[in-house]
Design a binder for this molecule. Sequence first.
Ligand code: NAP
Length: 284
Amino acid sequence: MSAIVISGKELAKEKRLKMKQQVDILKQKGVTPGLAVILVGEDPASQSYVRAKKRACEETGIHSDLDEVPSSISEKELLDKIIKLNKSDHIHGILVQLPLPEHISEKKVIETIDPDKDVDGFHPINIGRMMTGQEAFLPCTPFGIVEMIKSKNIDIEGKHVVIVGRSNIVGKPVGQLLLNENATVTYCHSRTKNMAEYTRSADILVVAVGKPHFIDETHIKDGAVVIDVGVNRNDEGKLIGDVVYDRAKEVASYITPVPGGVGPMTITMLLHNTVVSAAKRSRE
Ligand code: NAP
């Protein structure tokens, strides 16, 4: 058996085309969705993520403002920039690329962003709303994962979902979103004993660890759905996931590739949140 590939790249393309039409309609009503991105410092990975986000905005017709500031910026100066963006009528989404330099509190930065413009879904108010099943900006990577599973009409209700990784931006919220879809959720992390016993009982296995080829076919039940969130570089500089794709593909029923899997969906859900935010403003 060889698994069906859930291509995030293809799904993202489809969704962005539809989104472009929504953006055109909003523009006809006089509202151009706007995303403000602040990049602090010159971390090459962050620069490349931010560039990809800007490119995706341009392709979809979303206005994007990129503010690149030196890592010497003070916390107060950064918070003042956010406060100004909170008040701007042209900006519907605000994203501060993480990580930040040590002298700036990520917590303060996230909590200064207006929850109604928090298109990354990191603000505690949005997290609380998500936890309690209220309308919220959902964090983009977990949101994208759920969309990928749903795109193949895979039943989530009653399924055993095992998440490897419990970070605040991926592991924890993806488990919560799948719980909201009536899955039974188990979390594994660095202190979990006999991890393979859990992963082998998963109907849907989500791996977000950040360790190349951490999961292979011996961790996977026959016919399981495997979502690989990991982004790692091998010795040749090639992008690889947390899952040994070629071997896992032989036991899984569905699998996401790296690259071309979860990554493109993360950006797509960021665009989606920005368009939703602009649409809300247009109705106010
Ligand atoms: P993170 O904050 O470093 O969290 C890693 C998680 O893995 C932690 O919960 C950790 O457990 C767990 N872990 C570490 N070693 C383990 C072990 N031996 N057994 C079981 N669990 C273990 O990472 P993250 O931000 O969630 O990101 C995970 C990966 O996804 C990275 O490769 C990242 O680049 C990628 N990512 C991709 C996207 C995308 O859009 N494609 C978005 C975000 C992240 P403890 O909590 O116990 O330490």
